[in-house]
Design a protein around this ligand. Structure first.
Ligand SMILES: Cc1cc2nc3c(=O)[nH]c(=O)nc-3n(C[C@H](O)[C@H](O)[C@H](O)COP(=O)(O)OP(=O)(O)OC[C@H]3O[C@@H](n4cnc5c(N)ncnc54)[C@H](O)[C@@H]3O)c2cc1C
Length: 408
C-alpha cells in the first residue's frame, strides 16, 4: 500500500526542525560561513544533540508513550528500528537544511557515523555509542569512490584483546568536534573487500590524531579534517558487526551504512534547494512574477516555466527520498532506491540553486542574501556518501543485474 501520510513522530520533528531552522540557523548562517575556522564548536548547538536526536542518527525528537509501546510489541529476536525512524530522519534533515546544512551537520549526535551505528551496531554498542557524536571515516588519499580499495588496517593483538589501527583518513566530516569516529579498516588486505570492517574509535584515544583541517566551498559551519591512526589501540568490542571474514558478501554489511545515509543526504540537498527556491519565488513575487498552475505551458513566461520545473524536480527528488527512507522502516533492502534518491536530489539541487542565483541576478550573487551560499552549500550532496556518477553506476548495476567487475 502506498501511504503518503507522515508518521506522528515525523510531523512533530518537522515542526520542531522548521522552527529551529527559521529562528536559529538562519540567524547564524552567515556568521559560521564567514568565519569558517575562527570559531570553536558551534556554541549555540552544543546542548542540542539530545533535543533533536540527531538528524542522521535515525529519527529524532522525543517519542510518545504509544510509539514506545508499539516499538516494544515489534521486538522479536532481531532488533527493529523505531517505527517511522527512516522517514522521520529525512523529513527532519530536509527541514533543518532549509535553515542551514552546515549547522545541521554540526549538531552533536547528528553525525554520519551515527547513521552507521544505527545501521549496523548491536544493541549493546548502540547503548555505548548511540549518544556520542560520531563522524564517519571511509575516504583515504588513495580512494574515495572505490571504497573497497582502502588501505587502513586493523590487526587483533591477541594478548591484550585490542584492535590496533593504522592508516590515514581524509575529508572526515565533524572529525574535529566529534566524540568518536567510525572508521573503515581491513582485517586482512590479502582477502580483499570482504575483510573491510567498521570500528568505533573514541576521541582522545592515543594514536589517533587530527592532521589537517580543510577550508571548503560550502557547509563551512561543519568541520572537515584528515585523521591519522598510528598503532591506535581500541577495545575488541568496538568492531561494528562480526569480525568473521566471509568468502562472499562481507562487504555488503559495511555498505549497509550507505542505505541509511544516502536518503538523509538526498533530503539535505532538497532542504537547501527548497530554501533557495522559496526565497527566489518570494523575491520574484514582489516583482509581480507569480507561479501559475492552471495555465498551459505556452501561456507561461520563461521564468514561470523555470519555477515550475524547479518545483517538479524537487518533488520528484522528495518522493524518491521518502520511498528509500520508508523502506528502511519496513526493513526492505533499499540500496537501489537510496542511490536513486541521492542521484536525483544531488543533481536537482545543484541545478535549482544555480538557477536561483541566475534568476535573481546581482541579488543572487551578492552575500547580502543567502542564495549564493545555498548554491555553494548544496554541491557537497552530489559528492559525499558517493558522487552522483557513482550513484548512477550503482543504479545501472542493480537494474541490469551486473556485478562490479562487469560495469566499472
Ligand atoms: C566536504 C566533504 C566532506 C566529506 N565528508 C566525508 C566523510 O565524512 N567521510 C568520508 O569517508 N568521506 C567524506 N568525504 C569524501 C567523499 O565521500 C569523497 O570525496 C567522494 O566519495 C569521492 O571520492 P574521491 O574524493 O576519492 O574522488 P574520486 O573517486 O577520485 O572521484 C573523482 C571524480 O571521478 C568520478 N568517478 C570516480 N570513479 C568513477 C567511475 N567508476 N565512473 C564514473 N565516474 C567516476 C567521481 O564521480 C568524481 O567526479 C567528504 C568530501 C568532502 C568534499
Amino acid at each position: 500500500m502506498i501511504d503518503f501520510e507522515l508518521p506522528p513522530g515525523a510531523k512533530v520533528l518537522k515542526k520542531m526542525a522548521h522552527g529551529l531552522a527559521e529562528n536559529m540557523f538562519r540567524n547564524l548562517s552567515r556568521k559560521y560561513d564567514s568565519y569558517e575556522h575562527e570559531h570553536d564548536q558551534v556554541v549555540e548547538l552544543k546542548s542540542m544533540g539530545g533535543m533533536m536526536g540527531g538528524a542522521m542518527g535515525g529519527g529524532g525528537g522525543k517519542k510518545k508513550k504509544e510509539e514506545k509501546k508499539e516499538e516494544k510489541k515489534d521486538e522479536g529476536d532481531k532488533p527493529k528500528p523505531p517505527r517511522g525512524a527512516g522517514v522521520t530522519m529525512v523529513v527532519g534533515a530536509e527541514e533543518m537544511c532549509w535553515g542551514d546544512a552546515g549547522l545541521m551537520l554540526a549538531i552533536p549526535g547528528g553525525g554520519l557515523g551515527n547513521a552507521a551505528i544505527a545501521a549496523v551496531a548491536t544493541e549493546d554498542q548502540k547503548a555505548r555509542f548511540g549518544s556520542k557524536f560520531a563522524a564517519m571515516a571511509i575516504t583515504e588519499p588513495c580512494c574515495g569512490s572505490d571504497s573497497s580499495g582502502i588501505r587502513a588496517t586493523a590487526v587483533l593483538d591477541e594478548k591484550t584483546n585490542e584492535w590496533v589501527l593504522n592508516g590515514e583518513k581524509i575529508f572526515v566530516t565533524s572529525g574535529v568536534f566529534c566524540d568518536a569516529v567510525v572508521a573503515w579498516a581491513s582485517l586482512d588486505r590479502s582477502k580483499g573487500r570482504n575483510a573491510i570492517k567498521s570500528f568505533v574509535i573514541e576521541k582522545d584515544t592515543p594514536g589517533m590524531t587530527v592532521s589537517k583541517v580543510e577550508e571548503k566551498l560550502g557547509i563551512r559551519a561543519s568541520d572537515t579534517s584528515s585523521i591519522v591512526f598510528e598503532d591506535c589501540r581500541i577495545p575488541y568490542d568496538n568492531i561494528l558487526g562480526s569480525p568473521e571474514i566471509k568468502a562472499e558478501g562481507g562487504f555488503k554489511g559495511v555498505m549497509k551504512t550507505f542505505d541509511n545515509t544516502r536518503p538523509a543526504v538526498a533530503a539535505m540537498a532538497i532542504g537547501v534547494a527548497r530554501a533557495a527556491l522559496d526565497f527566489t519565488k518570494e523575491t520574484l513575487e514582489e516583482e509581480g512574477v507569480t507561479v501559475s498552475y492552471d495555465r498551459g505551458q505556452h501561456k507561461l513566461s520563461a521564468v514561470q516555466k523555470d519555477l515550475l520545473e524547479m518545483e517538479a524536480n524537487l518533488d520528484v527528488a522528495r518522493l524518491l527520498t521518502w520511498r528509500a527512507a520508508s523502506m528502511l522502516d519496513t526493513g526492505e533492502r533499499n540500496s537501489l532506491e537510496a542511490s536513486m534518491a541521492k542521484a536525483k536530489a544531488g543533481r536537482a539541487a545543484t541545478l535549482v540553486t544555480q538557477k536561483c542565483v541566475e534568476l535573481l541576478g546581482p541579488k543572487g550573487y551578492s552575500t547580502e542574501c543567502l542564495v549564493e551560499k545555498w548554491m555553494r552549500d548544496c554541491k557537497i550532496n552530489d559528492i559525499f556518501e558517493g558522487t552522483g556518477q557513482i550513484q548512477m553506476l550503482i543504479i545501472a548495476r542493480n537494474i541490469l543485474g551486473y556485478g562490479r567487475d562487469m560495469l566499472k
